[in-house]
Structures are given as C-alpha cells and as structure tokens.
Design a protein around this ligand. Structure first.
Ligand code: FPP
Length: 245
C-alpha cells in the first residue's frame, strides 16, 4: 500500500497490452491471454481503489480492434459480456461507478444491455469511477466532439468566438472526467495507439515490459511510486512549480 503522504494520481489510464504474446509464449490460443487479462482487470480495479485512485480508465477495445480475426473479436465480446455479468455485483459492493467512453452504440446489443444495467446500478457512487474505453479511438472522439460543437454553435448554445479548450472539451466523451495524471502501457510497446490523445497532454507515462496478464498489484504499486517521484511542470520551470522554501 502506498504511504498516505505519497502523491496519488487522481486518474490512471491503462493500455492493457500483451495478452496475445502471453498466450503465444505458452502455446495457447490468443483468447486465453485475453481471459487471463480479464483476471488482471479485476485485480487492478481493486488495487486502484485500495490506493485511493479516483478514476481508472481501461482501454478495452479500440475502433481498430474490429479488424482482428473474427473469432478473436467474438471472443473478446463474450469476455466483456461475462465480465460485466459477473462484476456488476462487485462494483456495487465496492461502490465503484461505471462509465464508458467511445462509440459504444457500435458494441453488440448484449454488451450494451449489460453496460446500461451496470451503469444504472452504480450511477450514484461518487468515490471511485471505472471507465471502460470501448469502440474507442481518440480521432473518432475528436470528430464526434467537433460535430457536437458545430451543432451547439448552430443552435446558439455555443458562442463561436469562444476559443477556450474548456468549452470545446465539454464535447469530448470525457466531459465530466478529469484528465489522466498517469498513463501506463504494458508489454514493452512505447506507443499511445490513439488513446486519450488530447486528455493526456500533460500526463506522465510509464511503459513497462510486463505483459498485461502478468501485471500484478505490486507492479501497479510500483507505477504509483514512480509517478509520486516525478515533478509535473505543465510548461513552467521547476522553480515555479516548487518554489524554494
Ligand atoms: C491487447 O493485447 C489487448 C486487447 C486488444 C484487449 C484488452 C482486453 C482485455 C484485457 C479483456 C477484456 C476487457 C475487460 C475490461 C473485461 P494484444 O492482444 O494486442 O496483445 P499482443 O500485442 O501481445 O498480441
């Protein structure tokens, strides 16, 4: 457990990568890696809550992931369905609110129904929020936000001369969610892969070689400790953000 004095990120976002390689190393089908990945999802939701992280975003399915082999996509949808069916009770028990980001209208109906049920059952919780990025892509998010912004201008709700990020960002999927403080990617890849591009403008990044199915509560605690040791400057100088005493 992180000491109470440590800087805890309000929002941690994770690119869960390496399920396929984990399975390949064991000569197992890729879906076995995803199945193990779901177990990691469960333990990291727990760990985030135990450490007092208020928002946890997990990149569960990207807009590009539809191009994977049909049986893998179907398997991932089944796993999601199974996860939501099994996990909703736990989210309620632990008072974790569920939100989603992405074009979730493109997800299968069974998944959408489960998501709606889980969101409804957890909507009143305010302490911890789990955000699943589903059929998510940062570029599609910008397109959706620009469309919504244009509509708001056309209907007179948005002043077109207002050039603030605050006004535009109200149309992102993440309108009511603070920007991520820490973005973690597992499996040794050092890419952002169309994930929260605008929101992670000032985030700290951690790339770990550990494959997602092996990413443990201890690895998560180590990432938080690494984050706590960093100085965030938001474009200012070190002296400005930490003036000499
Ligand atoms: C990347 O590993 C992982 C994904 C594309 C899917 C992540 C999904 C899960 C962990 C399970 C479902 C999620 C929830 C929230 C229940 P990869 O397959 O790209 O790995 P590789 O790069 O080693 O092939």
């Amino acid at each position: 457990m992180t000491p109470a004095s440590a800087k805890i990120p309000t929002h941690v976002a994770i690119i869960m990568d390496g399920n396929g390689r984990w399975a390949k190393q064991r000569k197992l089908p890729r879906i076995e890696g995803h199945r193990r990945g779901v177990e990691t999802v469960r333990s990291i939701i727990d760990a985030a809550r135990e450490h007092g992280v208020k928002y946890l975003t997990l990149y569960a399915f990207s807009v590009e992931n539809w191009k994977r082999p049909e049986d893998e996509v179907a398997g991932l949808m089944t796993l999601l369905d199974y996860f939501l069916k099994r996990e909703t009770k736990t989210l309620v028990k632990n008072k974790v609110r569920l939100l989603t980001i992405g074009r979730t209208e493109g997800m299968p109906e069974t998944v959408r129904t489960r998501l709606a049920e889980a969101k409804k059952a957890t909507a009143h919780f305010t302490g911890h929020t789990l955000i699943l990025a589903l059929n998510y892509g940062a570029r599609t998010e910008i397109i959706d936000a620009a469309r919504a912004y244009a509509k708001a201008v056309a209907s007179g709700k948005q002043n077109p001369d207002d050039d603030s990020w605050e006004s535009f960002s109200r149309h992102l999927y993440t309108a009511d969610i603070p920007d991520p403080d820490l973005v973690i990617r597992t499996s040794g890849e050092t890419r952002i892969s169309n994930f929260l591009l605008m929101q992670s403008a000032y985030a700290e990044f951690i790339f770990t070689p550990v494959l997602w199915p092996d990413f443990s509560k201890e690895e998560f605690a180590a990432a938080l400790a690494n984050y706590a040791s960093r100085e965030r400057r938001y474009g200012l100088t070190s002296e400005q953000v930490a003036p000499a005493k």
